[in-house]
Design a protein around this ligand. Structure first.
Ligand code: ADP
Length: 266
């Protein structure tokens, strides 16, 4: 097995201390448990949409096909579940690459304004569809940060989409870019919503993969339970901070920090 190979390798390398080997075994056990848990979680997540699709197709084949209206309705429902599987697969591939370190952040000097500019149209569209007002407050167009552009986009998309998904009718999502005099080398981006908020006890858990406060609400909104886990990984890969403040029935504010280029002298 992998463990024995690893122990053999360590012994060959002349590392004979049993403590070292013991620790290495523990590390490998942790990774293996983590993998097992991950596979268990994935199978569980795949089951729901797959069984739903099976159910719709079965009903159609058992005679519902003859009924034009039911026909269309069931195919639409099946399609929605196929789409769920597609999102899920996409997010799973992303998170597994982030977790194994396969996906390295490509740190570049980028304009924060450009990042927001690239994603705002599709986010506006989503907000409008849900009757949510999305406001991006003005900020210095010349602010440059050192970050992976696609990853920062992904982070902001996930946060704004959550702000839309977990909001109340006619709610608001606000994006703020700001600096703190005491940290001139950083720039902060916050995404604030007027939504349902998160219970204090759940705040530390929302970045765990597949954790959702309300499973049915998340599913109904096309959630995969992986969005915030991805955000957390990306921010860690950047060596930056990710902070959550939230009050049930008041709303939430998610804030990330980024390394600023040419920090202003304060
Ligand atoms: P999901 O795909 O379910 O949205 P996420 O990882 O993005 O998964 O979020 C995990 C859970 O955290 C969500 O299911 C929801 O319960 C909670 N959550 C995330 N963002 C917000 C928010 N802006 N307001 C309230 N709850 C949130």
């Amino acid at each position: 097995s992998t463990h024995n190979d690893e122990v053999d390798y360590l012994v060959k390398q002349g590392i004979k201390s049993s403590r070292t080997i013991e620790r290495e075994i523990q590390r490998l056990n942790r990774i293996e448990n983590y993998r097992k848990e991950f596979i268990g979680d994935i199978s569980h997540e795949l089951k729901t949409p797959i069984f739903a699709i099976q159910g719709f197709i079965e009903t159609l084949l058992n005679g519902a096909l003859e009924d034009e209206e039911v026909n269309r309705d069931f195919l639409k429902k099946a399609m929605r579940n196929v789409n769920r599987l597609i999102y899920l697969t996409k997010d799973l591939m992303e998170i597994s690459k982030l977790e194994t370190g396969e996906l390295k952040s490509e740190i570049e000097e980028i304009y924060l304004y450009e990042v927001l500019h690239d994603i705002i149209e599709s986010l506006n569209y989503k907000a409008e569809k849900e009757n949510i007002k999305l406001i991006v407050h003005d900020f210095d167009k010349n602010i440059k940060v050192k970050a992976d552009k696609n990853q920062v986009k992904q982070v902001l998309i996930n946060l704004v989409e959550n702000g839309i998904k977990y909001n109340v009718p006619n709610g608001k999502v606000e994006v703020n870019v700001f600096t703190k005099p005491k940290q001139p080398e950083r720039v902060f981006v916050s995404v604030k919503d007027t939504g349902i908020g998160i219970d204090e006890k759940d705040i530390p858990r929302v970045t765990e993969r597949f954790f959702r406060v309300d499973k049915s609400r998340s599913r109904e909104r096309g959630g995969t339970g992986l969005g915030l886990a991805i955000v957390k990984h990306i921010m860690e890969a950047h060596g930056e901070k990710f902070n959550i403040e939230s009050k049930p029935n008041k709303g939430s504010t998610f804030t990330i920090s980024l390394r600023r280029l040419d920090p202003v002298q304060v």
